[in-house]
Design a protein around this ligand. Structure first.
Ligand SMILES: Nc1ncnc2c1ncn2[C@@H]1O[C@H](COP(=O)(O)OP(=O)(O)OP(=O)(O)O)[C@@H](O)[C@H]1O
Ligand SMILES: [Mg+2]
Length: 263
């Protein structure tokens, strides 16, 4: 084909160089070489989305501990990405403050007794809550625990819904949303998300992998499995190792390289 002008629409993800530096430094200190860095929801998407979903339009929502990451796909391509600074750890700290219990206990109680909807648990279910400062532990109704979780989750879901609406692709998500990340292990999440997003939602569990399938078949491993698949696609790229000296220049050069790949 002949032509005089070539146009492309590209999605560029930018980030703070220091944040990228810190991640690379952590990996290097454990003895690992870093081949590339990837935005978390794009890695998770590799593990949990099907090609048909990406084609028809889908919202990938990865709810982790510190952040909730969003990536919207349509026509097989990334259309929008966003990172919200709120996640499962906020639920835990709400429980710790609300029930006056240490963070570690709040985390354990959330994982064992947490439920997204208060109406789904009965009043007579009791939960033992250890106290702080050597005081005696108490028992509370499981409903009280869920009354702490539900409004915070609703707030997070509303923020996600607003971010999707803001992107302008709300009407292009024929496949609905796929939720993944450790926080989606909380029962009742998917039903609650469907109600708030107003679209079909499914749980994203890593697929397309062999080996220890039983171990990694959990939304908590979506990013890990996704990074492996993402890396496989880019195997031809050379590895680079950043030493302590002149770290900044090397990360900056790497980021400049990303841009030169596009332009
Ligand atoms: N069974 C469970 N029920 C509810 N929440 C859970 C459960 N197991 C783990 N979590 C929550 O999942 C979160 C961690 O998820 P994940 O491993 O996806 O996060 P991360 O990828 O490390 O963090 P981020 O994406 O924010 O960088 C924690 O907030 C934890 O409390
Ligand atoms: Mg995560």
């Amino acid at each position: 084909m002949s032509g005089v002008r070539l146009e492309a629409k590209v999605h560029i993800v930018t980030g703070a160089v220091t944040s990228a530096q810190n991640i690379i430094k952590c990996c290097n200190r454990t003895g690992l070489n870093v081949a590339d860095i990837a935005l978390e929801p794009l890695a998770s998407a590799e593990a949990v989305l099907t090609p048909e979903e990406r084609e028809l339009g889908v919202a990938l929502v990865d709810m982790g501990g510190g952040t909730t990451d969003i990536a919207l796909f349509h026509d097989g391509a990334v259309k929008h990405t966003a990172v919200l600074a709120i996640g499962g750890n906020h639920l835990t700290s709400d429980i710790a403050a609300g029930l006056r219990t240490p963070i570690g206990e709040a985390e354990r109680i959330k994982q064992r007794y947490g439920y997204a909807r208060t109406s789904m648990v009965t009043k007579d279910e009791r939960v033992e809550v250890p106290s702080v400062g050597g005081r005696n532990s108490r028992t509370i109704s499981r409903q009280i625990l869920c009354e702490i979780i539900e409004p915070r989750l609703e707030e997070i879901f509303q923020l996600i819904r607003r971010e999707i609406a803001k992107s302008g692709y709300e009407g292009s998500l024929a496949s609905g949303a796929v939720m993944t990340g450790g926080s989606t292990l909380l029962p009742g999440m998917i039903e609650m998300a469907e109600g708030i997003f107003g679209m079909p939602v499914r749980l994203g569990i890593p697929t397309r992998v062999g080996g220890l399938v039983d171990v990694v078949s959990s939304p908590i491993y979506a990013t890990g499995v996704g990074l492996v698949l993402y890396g496989m696609k880019r195997q031809e790229k050379s590895f680079f190792r950043i030493r302590e000296d002149n770290l900044f220049a090397k990360v900056r050069n790497r980021m400049v390289d990303w841009f030169s790949e596009f332009f």
